[in-house]
Write a protein that binds this ligand. Structure first.
Ligand SMILES: Cc1cc2nc3c(=O)[nH]c(=O)nc-3n(C[C@H](O)[C@H](O)[C@H](O)COP(=O)(O)OP(=O)(O)OC[C@H]3O[C@@H](n4cnc5c(N)ncnc54)[C@H](O)[C@@H]3O)c2cc1C
Length: 348
Protein backbone atom coordinates (compact mmCIF):
# COMPACT_ATOMS: atom_id res chain seq x y z
CA UNK A 1 0.00 0.00 0.00
CA UNK A 2 1.32 3.47 -0.98
CA UNK A 3 1.27 6.32 1.60
CA UNK A 4 -1.51 8.89 1.86
CA UNK A 5 -1.87 11.25 -1.12
CA UNK A 6 -3.72 14.55 -1.27
CA UNK A 7 -6.01 15.78 -4.06
CA UNK A 8 -8.46 18.67 -4.53
CA UNK A 9 -11.16 16.27 -5.67
CA UNK A 10 -11.42 12.48 -5.64
CA UNK A 11 -14.17 10.95 -7.80
CA UNK A 12 -14.98 7.27 -7.26
CA UNK A 13 -16.53 5.64 -10.34
CA UNK A 14 -15.44 6.47 -13.90
CA UNK A 15 -18.54 5.74 -15.96
CA UNK A 16 -21.10 8.28 -17.27
CA UNK A 17 -21.51 10.24 -14.01
CA UNK A 18 -17.85 10.24 -12.92
CA UNK A 19 -16.56 11.21 -16.37
CA UNK A 20 -19.13 14.02 -16.61
CA UNK A 21 -18.13 15.46 -13.20
CA UNK A 22 -14.43 15.28 -14.12
CA UNK A 23 -15.07 16.95 -17.50
CA UNK A 24 -15.92 20.20 -15.69
CA UNK A 25 -12.90 20.21 -13.35
CA UNK A 26 -9.44 21.71 -13.44
CA UNK A 27 -6.84 21.23 -10.69
CA UNK A 28 -5.61 18.16 -8.87
CA UNK A 29 -8.38 15.70 -9.62
CA UNK A 30 -8.26 11.92 -9.22
CA UNK A 31 -10.67 9.52 -10.88
CA UNK A 32 -10.81 5.99 -9.45
CA UNK A 33 -12.53 2.93 -10.84
CA UNK A 34 -12.09 -0.75 -10.10
CA UNK A 35 -12.19 -1.41 -13.87
CA UNK A 36 -10.44 0.18 -16.84
CA UNK A 37 -12.48 3.08 -18.23
CA UNK A 38 -15.11 1.84 -20.67
CA UNK A 39 -14.23 -1.82 -20.19
CA UNK A 40 -17.48 -3.23 -18.80
CA UNK A 41 -20.85 -1.65 -19.59
CA UNK A 42 -23.97 -2.44 -17.59
CA UNK A 43 -26.07 -0.30 -19.91
CA UNK A 44 -27.79 -1.15 -23.20
CA UNK A 45 -26.19 2.12 -24.41
CA UNK A 46 -29.09 3.83 -26.15
CA UNK A 47 -29.55 7.56 -25.88
CA UNK A 48 -30.54 10.54 -27.96
CA UNK A 49 -28.26 11.21 -30.92
CA UNK A 50 -28.17 14.90 -29.97
CA UNK A 51 -26.50 14.08 -26.63
CA UNK A 52 -23.81 12.11 -28.45
CA UNK A 53 -23.30 14.97 -30.89
CA UNK A 54 -23.11 17.55 -28.09
CA UNK A 55 -20.20 15.59 -26.65
CA UNK A 56 -18.65 15.23 -30.14
CA UNK A 57 -18.77 11.45 -29.64
CA UNK A 58 -20.19 10.56 -33.09
CA UNK A 59 -17.41 8.02 -33.59
CA UNK A 60 -18.98 5.84 -30.87
CA UNK A 61 -22.31 5.51 -32.71
CA UNK A 62 -23.23 1.95 -33.73
CA UNK A 63 -26.60 2.71 -35.30
CA UNK A 64 -28.89 5.71 -35.63
CA UNK A 65 -32.49 4.76 -34.93
CA UNK A 66 -35.37 6.81 -36.25
CA UNK A 67 -38.19 4.38 -35.61
CA UNK A 68 -39.61 3.15 -32.32
CA UNK A 69 -41.97 0.18 -31.96
CA UNK A 70 -44.06 -0.65 -28.92
CA UNK A 71 -45.72 -4.06 -28.72
CA UNK A 72 -48.26 -5.59 -26.36
CA UNK A 73 -50.05 -8.94 -26.86
CA UNK A 74 -52.73 -6.90 -28.68
CA UNK A 75 -50.59 -5.37 -31.41
CA UNK A 76 -47.65 -3.16 -32.34
CA UNK A 77 -47.53 0.62 -32.59
CA UNK A 78 -44.76 2.48 -34.45
CA UNK A 79 -43.75 6.10 -34.28
CA UNK A 80 -40.89 8.33 -35.38
CA UNK A 81 -38.95 9.92 -32.52
CA UNK A 82 -38.72 13.72 -32.86
CA UNK A 83 -34.98 13.43 -32.46
CA UNK A 84 -33.26 10.20 -33.53
CA UNK A 85 -31.92 7.80 -30.95
CA UNK A 86 -28.58 6.08 -31.27
CA UNK A 87 -26.93 2.98 -29.90
CA UNK A 88 -23.27 3.49 -29.12
CA UNK A 89 -20.11 1.61 -28.22
CA UNK A 90 -19.50 2.10 -24.48
CA UNK A 91 -15.72 1.98 -24.69
CA UNK A 92 -15.55 4.53 -27.51
CA UNK A 93 -18.08 6.80 -25.78
CA UNK A 94 -16.18 6.74 -22.46
CA UNK A 95 -12.90 7.35 -24.28
CA UNK A 96 -14.46 10.35 -25.95
CA UNK A 97 -15.69 11.72 -22.59
CA UNK A 98 -12.40 10.94 -20.85
CA UNK A 99 -11.11 14.09 -19.15
CA UNK A 100 -7.58 15.17 -18.32
CA UNK A 101 -7.95 14.07 -14.69
CA UNK A 102 -5.55 11.43 -13.42
CA UNK A 103 -7.06 7.92 -13.50
CA UNK A 104 -6.22 4.97 -11.26
CA UNK A 105 -7.63 1.49 -11.47
CA UNK A 106 -8.34 0.73 -7.82
CA UNK A 107 -11.18 -0.61 -5.72
CA UNK A 108 -12.62 1.56 -2.93
CA UNK A 109 -12.62 -0.40 0.32
CA UNK A 110 -13.04 2.19 3.07
CA UNK A 111 -14.26 5.77 3.44
CA UNK A 112 -14.87 7.88 6.54
CA UNK A 113 -15.76 11.22 4.92
CA UNK A 114 -12.22 12.64 5.17
CA UNK A 115 -10.08 9.81 3.89
CA UNK A 116 -10.69 7.20 1.22
CA UNK A 117 -8.88 3.88 1.12
CA UNK A 118 -8.50 1.67 -1.92
CA UNK A 119 -6.69 -1.63 -2.43
CA UNK A 120 -3.69 0.48 -3.52
CA UNK A 121 -3.51 3.67 -1.47
CA UNK A 122 -5.08 6.15 0.93
CA UNK A 123 -6.37 9.51 -0.26
CA UNK A 124 -7.41 12.71 1.42
CA UNK A 125 -9.22 15.45 -0.50
CA UNK A 126 -11.21 18.61 0.00
CA UNK A 127 -14.07 17.08 -1.95
CA UNK A 128 -15.18 13.50 -2.58
CA UNK A 129 -17.74 12.50 -5.21
CA UNK A 130 -19.57 9.16 -5.23
CA UNK A 131 -20.25 8.02 -8.82
CA UNK A 132 -20.07 4.30 -8.08
CA UNK A 133 -23.50 3.44 -9.49
CA UNK A 134 -26.43 1.80 -7.70
CA UNK A 135 -24.26 0.50 -4.83
CA UNK A 136 -23.31 4.08 -3.82
CA UNK A 137 -20.16 2.60 -2.34
CA UNK A 138 -18.88 5.74 -0.58
CA UNK A 139 -22.26 6.74 0.83
CA UNK A 140 -22.88 3.17 2.00
CA UNK A 141 -19.52 3.12 3.79
CA UNK A 142 -20.48 6.39 5.53
CA UNK A 143 -24.01 5.28 6.36
CA UNK A 144 -24.80 1.56 6.40
CA UNK A 145 -28.53 2.31 5.95
CA UNK A 146 -28.12 4.53 2.87
CA UNK A 147 -29.34 1.95 0.34
CA UNK A 148 -33.00 0.98 0.20
CA UNK A 149 -32.81 -2.54 -1.23
CA UNK A 150 -36.58 -2.58 -1.79
CA UNK A 151 -36.25 0.23 -4.31
CA UNK A 152 -34.11 -1.56 -6.87
CA UNK A 153 -35.07 -2.75 -10.33
CA UNK A 154 -32.87 -5.09 -12.33
CA UNK A 155 -31.94 -5.32 -16.01
CA UNK A 156 -30.21 -7.97 -18.12
CA UNK A 157 -29.09 -7.74 -21.75
CA UNK A 158 -27.40 -9.94 -24.32
CA UNK A 159 -25.96 -9.01 -27.71
CA UNK A 160 -26.67 -11.31 -30.64
CA UNK A 161 -26.22 -11.28 -34.41
CA UNK A 162 -29.48 -9.74 -35.58
CA UNK A 163 -30.18 -6.77 -37.85
CA UNK A 164 -33.05 -4.44 -36.99
CA UNK A 165 -34.16 -0.97 -38.02
CA UNK A 166 -36.08 0.14 -34.93
CA UNK A 167 -35.86 0.33 -31.15
CA UNK A 168 -38.49 -2.17 -30.06
CA UNK A 169 -40.12 -2.18 -26.60
CA UNK A 170 -42.29 -5.16 -25.64
CA UNK A 171 -44.88 -5.02 -22.86
CA UNK A 172 -46.01 -8.60 -22.40
CA UNK A 173 -46.54 -10.44 -19.08
CA UNK A 174 -45.79 -13.68 -20.93
CA UNK A 175 -42.24 -12.41 -21.44
CA UNK A 176 -41.87 -10.55 -18.13
CA UNK A 177 -44.27 -9.48 -15.38
CA UNK A 178 -43.78 -6.01 -13.85
CA UNK A 179 -41.22 -5.00 -16.43
CA UNK A 180 -40.52 -4.79 -20.11
CA UNK A 181 -38.36 -6.27 -22.84
CA UNK A 182 -36.37 -4.44 -25.49
CA UNK A 183 -34.55 -5.07 -28.75
CA UNK A 184 -32.06 -2.34 -29.67
CA UNK A 185 -30.29 -2.42 -33.05
CA UNK A 186 -26.50 -2.12 -32.95
CA UNK A 187 -25.31 -2.44 -36.53
CA UNK A 188 -24.77 -6.12 -37.34
CA UNK A 189 -25.93 -7.02 -33.84
CA UNK A 190 -28.85 -6.21 -31.55
CA UNK A 191 -29.22 -6.00 -27.79
CA UNK A 192 -32.06 -8.15 -26.42
CA UNK A 193 -32.88 -7.20 -22.84
CA UNK A 194 -35.30 -7.45 -19.94
CA UNK A 195 -35.94 -4.96 -17.15
CA UNK A 196 -37.72 -5.96 -13.95
CA UNK A 197 -39.30 -3.22 -11.82
CA UNK A 198 -39.48 -5.62 -8.89
CA UNK A 199 -35.71 -6.20 -8.94
CA UNK A 200 -36.05 -9.87 -9.92
CA UNK A 201 -32.60 -11.14 -10.79
CA UNK A 202 -33.50 -14.58 -12.19
CA UNK A 203 -34.22 -13.18 -15.65
CA UNK A 204 -31.93 -15.42 -17.69
CA UNK A 205 -34.50 -18.17 -18.54
CA UNK A 206 -36.95 -15.48 -19.72
CA UNK A 207 -34.27 -13.71 -21.72
CA UNK A 208 -33.33 -17.03 -23.30
CA UNK A 209 -37.00 -17.61 -24.20
CA UNK A 210 -37.23 -14.16 -25.81
CA UNK A 211 -34.06 -14.65 -27.85
CA UNK A 212 -34.79 -18.23 -28.96
CA UNK A 213 -38.23 -16.99 -30.06
CA UNK A 214 -36.29 -15.17 -32.82
CA UNK A 215 -34.37 -18.34 -33.66
CA UNK A 216 -31.23 -16.97 -31.96
CA UNK A 217 -28.91 -17.99 -29.11
CA UNK A 218 -28.14 -15.90 -26.02
CA UNK A 219 -24.65 -14.38 -26.18
CA UNK A 220 -22.55 -12.61 -23.57
CA UNK A 221 -24.73 -11.33 -20.71
CA UNK A 222 -24.49 -7.98 -18.93
CA UNK A 223 -26.71 -6.08 -16.57
CA UNK A 224 -27.22 -4.74 -13.10
CA UNK A 225 -29.54 -3.08 -10.65
CA UNK A 226 -31.44 0.13 -11.32
CA UNK A 227 -32.39 2.31 -8.36
CA UNK A 228 -35.98 3.52 -8.35
CA UNK A 229 -36.46 7.03 -7.01
CA UNK A 230 -34.14 9.89 -6.11
CA UNK A 231 -31.80 9.38 -3.19
CA UNK A 232 -30.12 12.18 -1.28
CA UNK A 233 -27.59 13.86 -3.65
CA UNK A 234 -25.38 14.86 -0.69
CA UNK A 235 -24.43 12.98 2.44
CA UNK A 236 -22.45 14.93 5.02
CA UNK A 237 -19.69 16.48 2.81
CA UNK A 238 -20.05 13.93 0.01
CA UNK A 239 -21.55 14.66 -3.43
CA UNK A 240 -23.45 11.82 -5.15
CA UNK A 241 -24.12 11.72 -8.91
CA UNK A 242 -25.81 9.30 -11.31
CA UNK A 243 -27.23 5.96 -10.15
CA UNK A 244 -25.60 6.39 -6.72
CA UNK A 245 -28.03 9.31 -6.22
CA UNK A 246 -30.93 7.43 -7.87
CA UNK A 247 -30.92 9.84 -10.84
CA UNK A 248 -31.94 7.14 -13.33
CA UNK A 249 -35.55 7.72 -14.34
CA UNK A 250 -38.11 5.22 -13.00
CA UNK A 251 -40.39 3.48 -15.54
CA UNK A 252 -38.15 4.02 -18.58
CA UNK A 253 -34.86 3.09 -16.87
CA UNK A 254 -33.13 5.87 -18.77
CA UNK A 255 -30.06 7.02 -16.85
CA UNK A 256 -27.31 8.11 -19.23
CA UNK A 257 -28.65 11.60 -20.03
CA UNK A 258 -29.37 12.21 -16.35
CA UNK A 259 -25.93 11.03 -15.15
CA UNK A 260 -24.25 13.33 -17.65
CA UNK A 261 -26.53 16.30 -16.96
CA UNK A 262 -26.23 16.15 -13.16
CA UNK A 263 -22.54 15.21 -13.42
CA UNK A 264 -21.72 18.31 -15.43
CA UNK A 265 -23.74 20.57 -13.10
CA UNK A 266 -22.08 18.99 -10.04
CA UNK A 267 -18.63 19.45 -11.61
CA UNK A 268 -19.35 23.14 -12.26
CA UNK A 269 -20.37 23.68 -8.62
CA UNK A 270 -17.26 21.86 -7.37
CA UNK A 271 -15.02 23.98 -9.60
CA UNK A 272 -16.48 27.12 -7.99
CA UNK A 273 -15.59 25.66 -4.57
CA UNK A 274 -12.02 24.92 -5.70
CA UNK A 275 -11.72 28.45 -7.13
CA UNK A 276 -12.79 29.87 -3.75
CA UNK A 277 -15.97 31.44 -5.15
CA UNK A 278 -18.22 29.50 -2.76
CA UNK A 279 -17.70 27.55 0.47
CA UNK A 280 -18.08 23.77 0.45
CA UNK A 281 -21.28 24.01 2.54
CA UNK A 282 -22.85 26.43 0.03
CA UNK A 283 -21.77 24.23 -2.89
CA UNK A 284 -23.36 21.18 -1.28
CA UNK A 285 -26.56 23.14 -0.68
CA UNK A 286 -26.60 24.47 -4.27
CA UNK A 287 -26.27 20.95 -5.69
CA UNK A 288 -28.95 19.63 -3.35
CA UNK A 289 -31.29 22.42 -4.46
CA UNK A 290 -30.55 21.83 -8.14
CA UNK A 291 -31.39 18.13 -7.90
CA UNK A 292 -34.37 18.90 -5.65
CA UNK A 293 -35.94 20.99 -8.43
CA UNK A 294 -36.40 17.75 -10.40
CA UNK A 295 -37.99 15.84 -7.54
CA UNK A 296 -41.48 16.29 -9.02
CA UNK A 297 -40.46 14.56 -12.27
CA UNK A 298 -38.97 11.63 -10.39
CA UNK A 299 -42.07 11.25 -8.17
CA UNK A 300 -44.29 11.35 -11.26
CA UNK A 301 -42.33 8.56 -12.98
CA UNK A 302 -42.03 6.56 -9.76
CA UNK A 303 -45.82 6.60 -9.38
CA UNK A 304 -46.24 5.65 -13.04
CA UNK A 305 -43.86 2.73 -12.54
CA UNK A 306 -46.03 1.52 -9.65
CA UNK A 307 -49.26 2.01 -11.60
CA UNK A 308 -48.30 0.85 -15.11
CA UNK A 309 -47.98 -2.91 -14.36
CA UNK A 310 -51.45 -2.88 -12.77
CA UNK A 311 -53.10 -1.65 -15.97
CA UNK A 312 -54.44 -4.54 -18.10
CA UNK A 313 -52.49 -5.04 -21.32
CA UNK A 314 -55.41 -3.82 -23.47
CA UNK A 315 -55.34 -0.56 -21.42
CA UNK A 316 -51.58 -0.22 -22.01
CA UNK A 317 -52.21 -0.81 -25.73
CA UNK A 318 -54.90 1.91 -25.73
CA UNK A 319 -52.66 4.46 -23.95
CA UNK A 320 -49.78 3.68 -26.35
CA UNK A 321 -52.15 4.00 -29.31
CA UNK A 322 -53.30 7.46 -28.12
CA UNK A 323 -49.76 8.61 -27.32
CA UNK A 324 -48.60 7.64 -30.82
CA UNK A 325 -51.16 10.01 -32.39
CA UNK A 326 -50.30 13.61 -33.30
CA UNK A 327 -50.12 16.12 -31.72
CA UNK A 328 -49.85 14.10 -28.48
CA UNK A 329 -46.89 12.09 -29.79
CA UNK A 330 -44.81 15.21 -30.47
CA UNK A 331 -45.89 16.95 -27.25
CA UNK A 332 -45.10 13.97 -25.02
CA UNK A 333 -41.69 13.50 -26.63
CA UNK A 334 -40.85 17.20 -26.48
CA UNK A 335 -41.60 17.34 -22.75
CA UNK A 336 -39.74 14.11 -22.05
CA UNK A 337 -36.63 15.06 -24.03
CA UNK A 338 -36.48 18.66 -22.85
CA UNK A 339 -36.13 17.41 -19.30
CA UNK A 340 -33.85 17.70 -17.36
CA UNK A 341 -32.01 20.13 -19.61
CA UNK A 342 -34.49 22.97 -20.02
CA UNK A 343 -37.66 22.48 -18.09
CA UNK A 344 -37.25 21.14 -14.58
CA UNK A 345 -40.83 21.92 -13.64
CA UNK A 346 -42.70 20.10 -16.42
CA UNK A 347 -44.26 17.44 -14.21
CA UNK A 348 -44.13 19.07 -10.76
C1 LIG B 1 -29.35 -3.61 -18.23
C2 LIG B 1 -29.39 -2.11 -18.21
C3 LIG B 1 -29.57 -1.42 -19.40
C4 LIG B 1 -29.62 -0.02 -19.41
N1 LIG B 1 -29.78 0.61 -20.59
C5 LIG B 1 -29.81 1.97 -20.63
C6 LIG B 1 -29.93 2.66 -21.87
O1 LIG B 1 -29.97 2.04 -22.94
N2 LIG B 1 -30.00 4.01 -21.86
C7 LIG B 1 -29.94 4.72 -20.70
O2 LIG B 1 -30.03 5.96 -20.74
N3 LIG B 1 -29.79 4.09 -19.49
C8 LIG B 1 -29.70 2.75 -19.44
N4 LIG B 1 -29.52 2.11 -18.24
C9 LIG B 1 -29.24 2.91 -17.05
C10 LIG B 1 -27.78 3.41 -17.10
O3 LIG B 1 -26.94 2.33 -17.44
C11 LIG B 1 -27.35 3.97 -15.74
O4 LIG B 1 -28.28 4.92 -15.30
C12 LIG B 1 -25.95 4.59 -15.87
O5 LIG B 1 -25.00 3.60 -16.21
C13 LIG B 1 -25.54 5.27 -14.56
O6 LIG B 1 -24.25 5.76 -14.73
P1 LIG B 1 -23.30 5.92 -13.46
O7 LIG B 1 -22.03 6.51 -13.94
O8 LIG B 1 -24.03 6.60 -12.35
O9 LIG B 1 -23.07 4.43 -12.90
P2 LIG B 1 -22.42 3.16 -13.61
O10 LIG B 1 -22.50 3.27 -15.08
O11 LIG B 1 -23.05 1.99 -12.96
O12 LIG B 1 -20.88 3.25 -13.19
C14 LIG B 1 -20.44 3.07 -11.88
C15 LIG B 1 -18.93 2.92 -11.93
O13 LIG B 1 -18.43 2.83 -10.59
C16 LIG B 1 -17.45 1.82 -10.54
N5 LIG B 1 -17.38 1.30 -9.16
C17 LIG B 1 -18.39 0.68 -8.50
N6 LIG B 1 -17.94 0.32 -7.26
C18 LIG B 1 -16.64 0.71 -7.18
C19 LIG B 1 -15.64 0.62 -6.15
N7 LIG B 1 -15.89 0.03 -4.98
N8 LIG B 1 -14.42 1.14 -6.41
C20 LIG B 1 -14.15 1.73 -7.62
N9 LIG B 1 -15.06 1.85 -8.60
C21 LIG B 1 -16.28 1.35 -8.39
C22 LIG B 1 -17.92 0.77 -11.53
O14 LIG B 1 -16.85 -0.04 -11.97
C23 LIG B 1 -18.50 1.64 -12.65
O15 LIG B 1 -17.54 1.95 -13.64
C24 LIG B 1 -29.48 0.71 -18.18
C25 LIG B 1 -29.29 0.01 -16.98
C26 LIG B 1 -29.24 -1.38 -16.98
C27 LIG B 1 -29.01 -2.11 -15.68
Amino acid sequence: MRGREKFDVVIAGASFAGLAVASRLKGKVLLIDRKDIGSLPTSACVTSLSLIKEGSCERSVLQVVDKVKFSTPHGTISFKPITPLATFDYRAFCRCLSPSAEFRKENVVAFDGNELETNGARYSARIFVDCTGWRARLASLLDGGFLDHCKLGFGLETEVDYKADSAHFLWDPEIIRRGYAWIFPKGEKAGFGLGSYGGKTDLLPRLRKLVTGYGLEVGKIRGGFMPCGLRSPVLQKLFLVGDSAGQILPLTGEGIRQSIYFGERCGEIIQRIIDGEVHLEKGLKDYELLVGRHRGVYRFFERLQGLWPRIPTWGVQLVAHLLAKEPLCRLAQENYLRWPFENAQVFS
